[in-house]
Design a protein around this ligand. Sequence first.
Ligand SMILES: Cc1cc2nc3c(=O)[nH]c(=O)nc-3n(C[C@H](O)[C@H](O)[C@H](O)COP(=O)(O)OP(=O)(O)OC[C@H]3O[C@@H](n4cnc5c(N)ncnc54)[C@H](O)[C@@H]3O)c2cc1C
Ligand SMILES: Cc1cc2nc3c(=O)[nH]c(=O)nc-3n(C[C@H](O)[C@H](O)[C@H](O)COP(=O)(O)O)c2cc1C
Ligand code: SF4
Length: 670
Amino acid sequence: MLIAQPGRMGPLALRNRIIMGPMGTNYGTCDGFSTERDKLYYAERAFGGAAMVITEAMVVSPNARNHRNSLCIHHDRFIPGLAAVVEAIHAGGALAVAQLNHRGGLLRRSVLGMEPVGPSDGTNPNTGEPVRGLSAPEIRAIQVEFLEAARRARDAGYDAVELHAANGYLFQQFFTARINRRSDAYGGTLDNRMRLLLETVALIRAALPELPLMVRISATEYVEGGYSEAEAVALAQALEGAGVIAIDLSGGSNESPALSRYCIQPPSFPRRFLEPYARPITAALGIPVIMAGRIIDPEDAEAVLQAGSAQYVAVCRALVADAYWTRKAFGEIATPIRKCISCNVCFERLTLEQDVACVANPLVGTEFERPEFAEPQLADPLPAAQRRRMLVLGAGVAGVEAARVAAARGHEVEIWERAERPGGQLPLAVAGPDKADVGGIWSYRWAQVEALGVPVRLGTEATAERIRRFAPDIAILATGSRARRLPMLDASPVPVLHAWEAILDPGRIPRGAAVTVIGGGLVGLETADLLVASRGCRVTIVEGLPTLAAGMARNNRFDLLERLERAGMQGLTDTLVEGFEAGRLVLRSGERRWTMEPGEAIVHAVGPVPNRDAVPALEAAEIPYVLVGDCNRPGDFLDGIRDAWMAALAIERRPKLRAAADAVLSGPVP
Ligand SMILES: Cc1cc2nc3c(=O)[nH]c(=O)nc-3n(C[C@H](O)[C@H](O)[C@H](O)COP(=O)(O)OP(=O)(O)OC[C@H]3O[C@@H](n4cnc5c(N)ncnc54)[C@H](O)[C@@H]3O)c2cc1C
Ligand SMILES: Cc1cc2nc3c(=O)[nH]c(=O)nc-3n(C[C@H](O)[C@H](O)[C@H](O)COP(=O)(O)O)c2cc1C
Ligand code: SF4
């Protein structure tokens, strides 16, 4: 395997070719200090086998905070905390690289009052706020801030520094003629547009010649008017000439969801999608190139190196989803990789100024993110006194996660599933045109439940009598949700299907039919997408909220909406369905009321309701129970998997039912 081969990058020796790419976490404090949480998060990925960990974009200036809880490096007071992060990364056997960033025109006033500044006056495309063009002295001051930040990174023990000149931030804003309209030495010609970055590199190289320096650039902007391939190659060559030890390639710009898709890709993008843009840059350089972008499986990484498209791969989200990805890829940990599904919930949370969480990995950012909790079967078995007998009702993702964790810890677990097949809503969630990768959420868990030998009793009705006979210490209720009934649709003159029915059997809707989808959340939109792709339907979506798919990660949402709009989708937002009049749908938006042809079929996708129909049986059997997943609150994999994992981890702290009863019976009689 090429990915397992050691490599050299300037003076640095890397134990293999896997690099953890930089990713914001929002795990720092609001005043910019690193925390125990950061330290553990990065350390675990070093311990997980990556050769190099590039920590998140750090803030070089008090006037340029990325996120509320980004790590800062604009003052010496941050050095001791960062030194602890570096020490932890080193203890895991990886090199530590500090990424330094200035967001420029993408600064936001909503984040601690930051003023957007850039090469020229303009507008922050994310927020609409004015961007103020920087004066020459201000440019110099920022360059010095980068130098000071690099010095602090060195003092904290970092092995190298990476300047963030990708993804639409300050350096890229100066480089791209799309945004840079200056007429001084920092604008106009290619040389002038490269000047800010090259001068900063030169400043750091001159002052800190022993500190290895890398630069991250977007190989392409993926937008009309963006810089050309020749310009990107020229920039990379100039950086090599200036003494940087490696070029780290990303793509796109975080200035809008449309362009951010090329930086942090949704699942409709091919694996290794940056390769065509990486190749000419790699071919033009004598220094190593690192390439990121939808490298999900070890096979993807290996193929990049085999093709010679880069010398190293940056594995980013896949290492959030599984800190031990590298060691698993090398066969050092014998459990399957917990795959990233490119859902972008992690990035969405960051954008919403929340801490990063992962749909695939409930442990990320917790002190439990160690192999013995992530893959509990690798830990020492629990003492007998702590083992419990657990009944899981429902073999959807949540039930299977609870069973996986509990069984792997040594508890005695059975799953009872009412249906004749396991999986719950999973077949619905993977049915959309670009959702095959979501299957990883299931396959990882199901493979382990099978390997652990957990009995799964399909077609089993949980009666009180049966539950009593099984005599569990605790039950996990993971019985999911069910479609909501909408009686107002009973008068429909055309067939009405629930979204779940339409997804499982799209053939029930005539080819090319006009379909009204009621409910424009993720499920409604994905159903529409499927009907467009598989039946050539023309869809109108009616949604009561002001936006379609409001809760979806923005890059993925943009991708889906763009596809639907191309297919002629009509979206009616802020619009409620009131029923039927003379065979026509009655709609209302504020004071406005009107009617509309329903088309040839109606699909409704209005949020499901929790299914708790096993509760009476559990209560009659007097078994304590915990609700996890959709039956607790209809939601998503993130909530369901987290609930389930936490519930499973807590059960050893619950009393054994029979032991507790015995203790009561043998205690002193009041
Ligand atoms: C079209 C669609 C797309 C989606 N896409 C995404 C996505 O991209 N990302 C995301 O995070 N979420 C997505 N979701 C939501 C996600 O699928 C659900 O939140 C998740 O599957 C719920 O898992 P669960 O285990 O709680 O319930 P379920 O998957 O509903 O499983 C419950 C199980 O319990 C069984 N059961 C019911 N009653 C009993 C009983 N009395 N005894 C025993 N068994 C019983 C059921 O048969 C079922 O197998 C999507 C949902 C849909 C419909
Ligand atoms: C939550 C999150 C935060 C990110 N933060 C940064 C960052 O701070 N600096 C950076 O250069 N790229 C950042 N990225 C982009 C990643 O480094 C990477 O280029 C991108 O996720 C594509 O690679 P992947 O498919 O392996 O995840 C971030 C991505 C995510 C998902
Ligand atoms: S939240 Fe989604 S995209 Fe992000 S790492 Fe986890 S699975 Fe991947």
